[in-house]
Design a binder for this molecule. Structure first.
Ligand code: AMP
Ligand code: MG
Length: 337
């Protein structure tokens, strides 16, 4: 398939909206990561997303809307807590799970009776959805299992030739996928951490809990069981709270001198590592920047043929909790302390 690749100006967004209406696939920027979109009402179009990404068909998609008022058309049972979240965090990087109406086909919801919905804050995404005049089902625009795409070049690497169009924007802000919260259960539950943190949600809702298995190997949330965010290299995480982790890592680098080794560090520690390919995610006191750089760093390791990555851990609160969740998945939960 020939993929149209264009900078997301008005005429390109119009062209992309026509493609969505015709049942095609468009990759587009959002404020979190790039999404790969199709008409959420069109089960044939939605099936093409799974095929292009190589995504298992029971891994549900997020439906993106371009206007809060559209929510009523696709979901039922919007309770007062959900309304509070919508008022506070939409448009923005919070995905909310509701009971779905029948107009949303089961292909879009991965066979579930619930549906995840988000109203993105990104201008290009909003224009695209509103011009297409349908909700757009869009998971992240990466090959299934690979790190999510924060730059148009990542999307081109993964999906050129597999989708109808790639809209290039590169004006992401968060760099991690949205927070997902399930509002269909008695106590609202965060299924995936993101830039809207547990602490921020707690200020709005009386009760909220975090899925217990987020930082273990056996998550219960649909789709979460699949391998995610993984670079080609084997990743090992080291507890950054322990003294001398750089000594420990430098020793391992020497022991594995036949391998191409990468270290994922921060500005404060990058100078400590020797005889390896070091990437800094940024100032450790600025987790927003660390999150923005995370997925691109994993892809840079791949581009440099790195076989083993040693990574420093992050804190378990605020946005760092979301970074750690992605890093643990990339490492297949190999945490060394
Ligand atoms: P992605 O946008 O590629 O990160 O994938 C969307 C993720 O949203 C899936 O992997 C699921 O974990 C989650 N999700 C979507 N719909 C639902 C749902 N109805 N219930 C629980 N999780 C969902
Ligand atoms: Mg994804």
């Amino acid at each position: 398939m020939k993929t149209i690749i264009e900078k997301a100006n008005d005429s390109a967004i119009q062209k992309a909206a026509e493609i969505i209406k015709r049942g095609g696939l468009v990759a587009f920027p959002t404020e979190t990561v790039y999404g790969l979109g199709a008409n959420a009402f069109d089960s044939t179009a939605v099936k093409k997303i799974y095929a292009a990404k190589g995504r298992p068909s029971d891994n549900p998609l997020i439906v993106h809307i371009g206007d809060k008022n559209f929510l009523n058309e696709i979901v039922k049972d919007i309770n007062s807590d959900a309304e509070k979240l919508i008022k506070k965090f939409w448009p923005g990087p919070l995905t909310i799970i509701f009971n779905k109406k029948d107009c949303i086909p089961l292909e879009t919801s991965g066979g579930l009776n619930t549906i995840a919905v988000r109203f993105p804050a990104n201008n290009i995404a909003q224009k695209l959805i509103n011009l297409a005049k349908v909700p757009i089902a869009a998971p992240s625009a990466n090959i299934s299992g690979k790190p999510s795409c924060t730059l148009s070049s990542h999307v081109i690497d993964d999906l050129n030739g597999k989708v109808d169009m790639i809209l290039c924007g590169d004006d992401f802000f968060y760099g991690l996928e949205s927070t997902i919260i399930d509002m269909t259960v008695e106590i609202p539950k965060i299924l995936r951490p993101g830039a809207i943190t547990f602490e921020m949600i707690k200020k709005v809702l009386d009760k909220v809990e975090i899925e217990k298995n987020l930082i273990s190997e056996h998550p219960k949330a649909p789709g979460m069981k699949y391998k995610h965010y993984a670079p080609n290299a084997d990743v090992f995480i080291f507890d950054a709270n322990q003294k001398n982790i750089s000594d420990k890592i430098n020793e391992l680098i020497l022991q594995n001198s036949d391998k191409k080794i990468g270290v994922l560090a921060c500005d404060q520690t990058k100078h400590l590592y020797k005889n390896c390919f070091v990437l800094s995610l940024g100032d450790q006191n600025n987790p927003t920047v660390i999150a923005q750089n995370f997925f691109a760093a994993l892809r840079t390791f791949d581009a440099n043929g790195i076989e083993i990555i040693y990574a420093e851990s992050f804190a378990q609160n605020g946005i760092c909790f979301a970074i750690m969740n992605r890093l643990l998945k990339a490492a297949n939960y190999k945490f060394i302390n």
